[in-house]
Design a protein around this ligand. Structure first.
Ligand code: GDP
Ligand code: ZN
Length: 308
């Protein structure tokens, strides 16, 4: 019987069967995924084949369907292993704030590079609009033009004052959305608003944040009341950039990619080459300096920890 994985806690999986009931499952033997060294063979969002254990209420996962896509990050301690955050995703949403806390541009850009590299549409929700003063609104306007120009969706919201939440609901309807963001930006508050029937689960998540020790907590999927799924990623502050070749990096900055055909060299990395269309656009203010600086930092493999 087919099922959809809603949660994994290492050895146990919460799977919704095609009949609609939840079944606690284990893996049947060792499931291996070709070509990818992962710490978790099954992730939230996976479609799996399950068999009921004889005489029990529990099930066994015997097969994982081919994934449409997935997001991964490097495992915290095992640098050559990966952790699959979630699979079969329609869009990735980053909750950011101009103030309380101040989300760094580079943090946003690293998020965008990773999801863009996996071909997953990205949305930035800028929360706490209700407390923004002039300087914050200026920065919001900058973000708005930078990220709209780059081809991403950006929407200012206030979870507390319920500004633009109808648009958020529309954006999420019928889709599987991964929600990400630094702690303090209002991600749990947003979940609570969108999932009025999941109070207990959301409370658990915010308690985890306060403890701050659950660095390897697993993602969990929730059903949205009007169709679609939300995947929360507690403890995963950034999706991060994993294994992108420096020479390919500019492909994941859409506004750079558009200009690449106009660079003199077809393998231009837009740093020291002459007649580079990206550098020219930067000089002319058509490409944002913050985007270019993020590009350089990721290109030079600067440590991600500095930008959280
Ligand atoms: P999380 O760490 O991202 O899950 O953030 P929380 O949902 O726990 O929110 C962090 C703090 O920001 C809490 O004190 C919330 O009450 C507050 N907060 C959340 N949304 C808003 C908002 O739209 N406006 C304001 N002013 N505060 C908010
Ligand atoms: Zn170039």
């Amino acid at each position: 019987m087919k099922g959809l994985v809603y949660k994994s806690t290492g050895s146990w999986y919460k799977v919704r069967s095609h009949k609609g009931n939840f079944i606690v499952c284990r893996l049947k033997g060792k499931l291996r995924i070709k070509g990818l060294k992962v710490t978790n063979p099954v992730s939230v969002g996976d479609i799996v084949e399950i068999e009921m254990e004889k005489g029990k209420e529990t099930g066994l996962i015997s097969k994982i369907d081919t994934r449409k896509n997935y997001l991964i990050r490097k495992s915290v301690n095992l640098s050559k292993q990966y952790h699959i955050i979630a699979s079969n995703i329609d869009q990735a949403v980053l909750v950011a704030t101009v103030t309380q806390p101040n989300t760094l541009n580079e943090f946003i850009d690293r998020f965008l590079v990773s999801v863009t590299a996996y071909n997953i549409p990205a949305v930035i929700l800028v929360n706490k609009l209700d407390v923004y003063e002039d300087e914050h609104l200026n920065r919001l306007a900058d973000w708005n033009s930078i990220y709209t120009n780059a081809g991403y969706t950006i929407l200012p919201i206030s979870v507390e004052k319920e500004i633009n939440l109808d648009k958020v609901k529309k954006l999420f309807k019928g889709k599987t959305t991964v929600l990400s963001g630094n702690s303090g930006v209002g991600k749990s508050s947003l979940l609570k608003k969108l999932l009025p029937n999941e109070e207990i689960a959301v409370k658990e998540i915010s308690e985890m944040h306060q403890q701050g020790v659950h660095t390897t907590t697993f993602a969990e999927m929730y059903d949205l009341p009007n169709g679609g799924h939300l995947i929360d990623t507690p403890g995963i502050r950034g999706i991060g950039v994993v294994d992108i070749e420096p020479k390919e990096l500019s492909n994941y900055f859409p506004e750079f990619l558009k200009l690449k055909p106009f660079c003199k060299f077809n393998n231009c990395v837009h740093i020291n080459e002459p007649n580079c269309a990206v550098k020219k656009a930067l000089d002319e203010g058509e490409i944002a300096l913050s985007r270019y600086n993020s590009y350089l930092s990721i290109f030079n493999n600067d440590q991600e920890e500095n930008y959280r």
